[in-house]
Design a protein around this ligand. Structure first.
Ligand code: 2HG
Ligand code: ZN
Length: 456
């Protein structure tokens, strides 16, 4: 690599140690968590403040150099790594948000805290719990996934049934636009109607409209009494009818997840552990959390449900973790088995059976191993295919089926580079043109995450 005046300018602005050019070091930022998405970065910058982000964007904006924002690099759709196939001079600068890791003081009355976009979900949670509060969003990659990445993808996780997705947790936001200007507010006012609401504009924008630098985040009560149950049901339809019962009768429902038998077998083999329940066609992991002991309430509902073939319950930390690992560690067990095709889709819960049936037929037809699990209440299935026989055919068929069933092609992982060819299944051409107009108004040179969320 020859001299790079952009790198020189940013060394000057950020300090040489925060401009990474060593190819071995840069390589750690070039491939996503699945191993499926990989590209070449020009170099990596690690700004430590909003004003440093602003200087990075101004320098890149002036030269028209693309910028890919990256948090914990736990994305699954190629949304936060450089695009494949570009030479280093055309390649994107990776802007790592990990040094934007400041956490403000918890405001217990407002139930809010300000977090830098590089704060991990686990750190956000630890900080909230230190103040006797909790975070409303949680998912398995919590130790690496960042607040900024979760906002940018509008991530969901296991507590959406109770608190909604990440978008709902953002009371204020600060972001740097492509020209280096800073927008937003971290006041966190729950009521304000002054035109566009920047948290709503930026949530789900996948790094294409601006670089999120900090957010004012909502917190939740910390319900310390938790009951976790793993339930075997006959099939997906039985799980869905149990869902209706649980939602209707439980006041403290905190999460309700679904695991299909192949996924349970895979994770059990990976953990060398025997699942606590067996013989089902679909497994449901349900959690109730409250200030008071929720066990009686949960037991009463499960005992009165014909859908429950077998169940195991725990209320203490280690016992609950033993149950939860059969859901939380599926992604890890898939990664240990190969590079999967990941299809994160959602349909109305009543259509889940048909979705999975169709996906299974397609995968059986072209070859591959379907591992399905997800978030039952949102009808959100993570259809993972190991050794996929024909990636294009499987993707096309699953996404078209989800759309035909009244669902969506991405529920919580985003579109990234992976799903841009199928955007028409989820948005009309009028919507796509309107979104493109907003994007080019904020980023006229198209430097922010090119190729993500829209075909190049
Ligand atoms: C989860 O729910 C994550 O565990 C990852 O969204 C899903 O690996 C996946 O497909
Ligand atoms: Zn998920």
């Amino acid at each position: 690599m020859g001299a790079d005046p952009l790198a020189d300018e940013l060394r000057e602005a950020l300090g040489p140690e925060h401009v990474l050019v060593d190819r071995d070091v840069v390589a750690g930022y070039e491939t996503d968590w699945t191993g499926r998405w990989t590209g070449t970065a020009r170099f990596v910058v690690r700004p430590g403040s909003t004003s440093e982000v602003s200087r990075v964007m101004a320098a890149c904006g002036e030269r028209g150099v693309p910028v890919v924002v990256q948090g914990g690099n736990t994305g699954l759709v190629g949304g936060s790594v450089p695009r494949p196939g570009s030479s280093w001079r055309e390649a994107a600068v990776v802007l790592s948000a990990l040094r934007l890791s400041e956490l403000g003081e918890v405001d217990a009355g407002a139930m809010q805290v300000t977090a830098g976009s590089g704060v991990t979900l686990a750190a956000w949670r630890g900080h909230a719990r230190h103040a006797d509060l909790d975070t409303p969003v949680d998912f398995a990659s919590r130790d690496s996934a960042t607040v900024g990445g979760a906002i940018a993808t509008n991530a969901g996780g296991s507590r959406v049934v109770r608190f909604g997705t990440m978008r709902s947790q953002v009371a204020g936001i600060e972001a740097v636009l492509a020209d280096g200007s800073v927008i937003g507010s971290l006041a966190g006012l729950p009521k304000e109607t002054v035109g566009l609401h920047w948290p709503s504009v930026l949530a789900g924008s996948e790094g294409t409209l601006g670089v999120i630098t900090a957010a004012r985040l909502r917190l939740a009560p910390w319900f310390r009494q938790v009951a976790t149950a793993m339930v075997a049901t006959a099939d997906i339809d039985a799980a869905v009818s149990l869902l209706a019962r649980l939602r209707g009768e439980l006041t403290c429902l905190d999460s309700i997840e679904i695991v299909l038998p192949e996924a349970l077998e895979l994770v059990a083999a990976h953990l060398s552990a025997t699942p606590p329940v067996s013989g089902g066609g679909a497994y449901v992991l349900v959690e109730c959390a409250d200030h008071r002991d929720p066990v009686d309430e949960l037991v009463a509902v499960l005992d009165g449900s014909d859908e429950v073939l077998d169940s195991a319950m725990s209320t203490d930390g280690p016992g609950r973790n033993r149950l939860i690992q059969f859901r939380d560690r599926i992604t890890e067990s898939i990664a240990a088995s190969g590079v999967p095709l990941k299809l994160d889709v959602a349909v109305p819960p009543a259509a889940l059976g048909e979705l999975v049936h169709a996906a299974r037929r397609t995968v059986d037809g072209v070859g591959g191993r379907l591992i399905a699990f997800g978030h039952l209440a949102e009808g959100n299935m993570h259809l993972n295919v190991l050794e996929p026989g024909n990636i294009g055919r499987i993707t096309e068929s699953v996404l078209a089926t989800a759309s035909r069933l009244g669902g969506t092609i991405s529920a919580e992982h985003g579109i990234g580079l992976a799903k841009t060819p199928w955007l028409h299944l989820a948005r009309s051409s009028a919507e796509l043109s309107a979104a493109a107009a907003v994007r080019s108004a904020l980023d006229p040179r198209g430097i922010l995450n090119p190729g993500v969320l829209a075909p190049l």
